[in-house]
Design a binder for this molecule. Sequence first.
Ligand code: PRT
Ligand code: ZN
Length: 285
Amino acid sequence: MKIAVQKSGRLHEESLQILKDCGINFPLDLNKDKLKISSFNFDVFFLRDDDIPSYTQKGIADIGIVGKNVVFEQDKNFLIKDHLGFGYCRLSLAVTKEKESLYKSSKDLPGKRIATSHPNILDKFLKEQNIYSYIHKISGSVEITPNIGVSDVIFDLVSSGRTLDSNNLKEIETIFSSEAVLICHPKSNLLTKKLISRLQEIKRARDNKYLLFNAPNKKLDKIISFLYKKCKKLHIIPIIDSGLTYVQVIVPDFFLWSVLDELKRNSVNDLVVIERRLLCKKNNR
Ligand code: PRT
Ligand code: ZN
């Protein structure tokens, strides 16, 4: 089985981490071209991210981990098996702060020059919206182009927005949301399918937290009926002669804050929140 990951760059570390969480142990001294993990019969290829979709499509790699933006830019979205929950960013239109009042959204862009390293995603969007603009394909630093007069607008990847801000640019519209995705050769074999389902399990586990706490017995019914609606795998263990009950429960991330607020209102103590990925790693050893 051959796995393609980014050789260096923003997705490298997290791609290796999710494979490690699946139980694939990497040697400390990584040879960053090709790595053979004989105990698992895996080869890991370290590639430029732009090469990962075509290597996977051709079957040189069985699976790959890459940004969704790269896959869509190369029109290879049919390879996507799942979203992996890291490498979040977005492709947005941005203009210099002085032009913010002139260009408020994509509707104001007909006839304008837009610089981007993602011309295909942009072209598709403009066609769908019947907007006729000039696309300038740039492979380097897109964010400097409005300030040197090469473009009126840029279409670029944004995560924190700091790069835009430090180049005097303002985001006016988000067109595409991206994160790391798992891609797979169209004819995947059994081993590949097994690894994919394991990666999917890891991802699901990462979307949850494990909560441990002691609840006062007089509040227990209220707490349990609340948790029961939102959480999974609820265990309660009475602590003899203490007036308390020990509770452990798995909470989906999107409920975490409302659950924590409710627990606080009900005076629970010794509360511990655990990342489930640590538990998964342990189980896989
Ligand atoms: O060498 P190789 O070709 O493999 O890598 P690369 O240089 O093409 O890509 P790389 O490592 O920069 O990014 C890999 C992938 O990470 C991208 O394809 C995205 O899917 C994802 N990603 C997540 C990002 C960002 N966040 C991001 N912020 N890719 C690029 N950026 C850029 C952004 O364009 C801006 O210029 O980082 C800069 C900082 O962003 P801010 O908004 O946080 O300031
Ligand atoms: Zn690249």
